[in-house]
Design a protein around this ligand. Structure first.
Ligand code: F3S
Length: 294
């Protein structure tokens, strides 16, 4: 069996950086992450065993008396930084630098008197964090209809959630251009997600079976599953090696593996090793037959 592992499988740069940061802090006393560090229960539980607790709200943060608070890659609103400082807690900022850049753009835009339009999902923590750096008027939209009700003749800066669909973003910008509005557009989409999806699609096209590794709660892993399934009917969505029935691959020629942005390398390696081990056994068998017949 030939196994192709996607180069983009697993953590993106920002998530890797954030997870590494928490593991580095994990030995200290009273370490908290503001929200789960990633959508992966294996990692969150492992960190819990190492003493890292998750705070889920501003109220829980207010109740803390001491310790270290780690900001995850999604980032948070400015008021959360202020609260951590006011309370005298230690702050470790693992916000992805690409997200931090958006905070700076919207803060400056507001200070310059621009209204800000954020293209993204209103309730996503990253979008809430970006909103929390806006100093003036701010609107959040995810489709063109929502432009109605916004005065686009005002000086405007438009940014995007890092994981927003690139094609949809381009369509929205196109509408504004056609209408002749003079708007400062900052394409702040991160291409880590797109690259992972494109690679999954191209691998899935050429294999007999595809394995997508990710947490059931992770929306980007589900998306990878949908993309792969379209190209390869034989696509399996697993959380860890435990969910994988290796017998199903006994007569499979080529298998592709990819993983969502929140899947740890350790889990990817376990799955990869189990499948290549199998092909290794086959190879051994083949060479035995060759030697025997020779
Ligand atoms: Fe950062 Fe892009 Fe990942 S914005 S958190 S590197 S998807």
């Amino acid at each position: 069996m030939e196994v192709i592992l996607a180069k983009t499988a697993g953590f993106c740069f920002g998530v890797k950086r954030a997870v590494d940061t928490v593991y580095k802090e994990a030995g200290k006393k009273n370490v908290y992450t503001y929200g789960p560090i990633i959508h992966n229960s294996e990692v969150v539980n492992d960190l819990k065993k190492k003493g890292v607790e998750v705070i889920n709200s501003r109220e829980e943060l207010e109740a803390l008396e001491e310790g270290t608070v780690i900001i995850r890659s999604h980032g948070v609103a400015r008021e959360i930084y202020d609260l951590i400082h006011e309370k005298g807690l230690e702050l470790v900022d693992a916000t992805c630098p690409f997200v931090r850049k958006i905070h700076k753009i919207v803060e400056k835009a507001g200070n310059d008197g621009d209204q800000v339009i954020i293209v993204g999902s209103e309730h996503h923590p990253e979008v809430q964090g970006i909103k929390g750096w806006c100093t003036g008027e701010v609107h959040i939209i995810s489709d063109a209809e929502q432009f109605e009700g916004i005065d686009l003749n005002k000086p405007t800066t438009l940014v995007s959630q890092t994981t927003f669909n690139y094609k949809k973003f381009q369509d929205l910008v196109e509408i504004l251009n056609k209408k002749g509005y003079d708007i400062g557009v900052c394409n702040t989409i991160c291409n880590a997600t797109e690259e992972r999806q494109l690679e999954a699609k191209s691998i899935a096209k050429g294999v007999d079976a595809m394995v997508v590794i990710g947490d059931k709660q992770s929306s980007n892993s589900q998306k990878l599953y949908e993309i792969s399934k379209k190209e390869c009917e034989n696509t399996f969505f697993v959380q860890t090696l435990r969910d994988l029935d290796l017998k199903l691959f006994e007569s499979t020629g080529k298998v592709g593996i990819t993983a969502g942005a929140s899947t740890p390398q350790k889990i990817i390696k376990e799955v990869h090793a189990s499948m290549t081990e199998k092909s290794f056994e086959e190879l051994l068998e083949e060479s035995f037959v060759t030697i025997h017949n020779g």
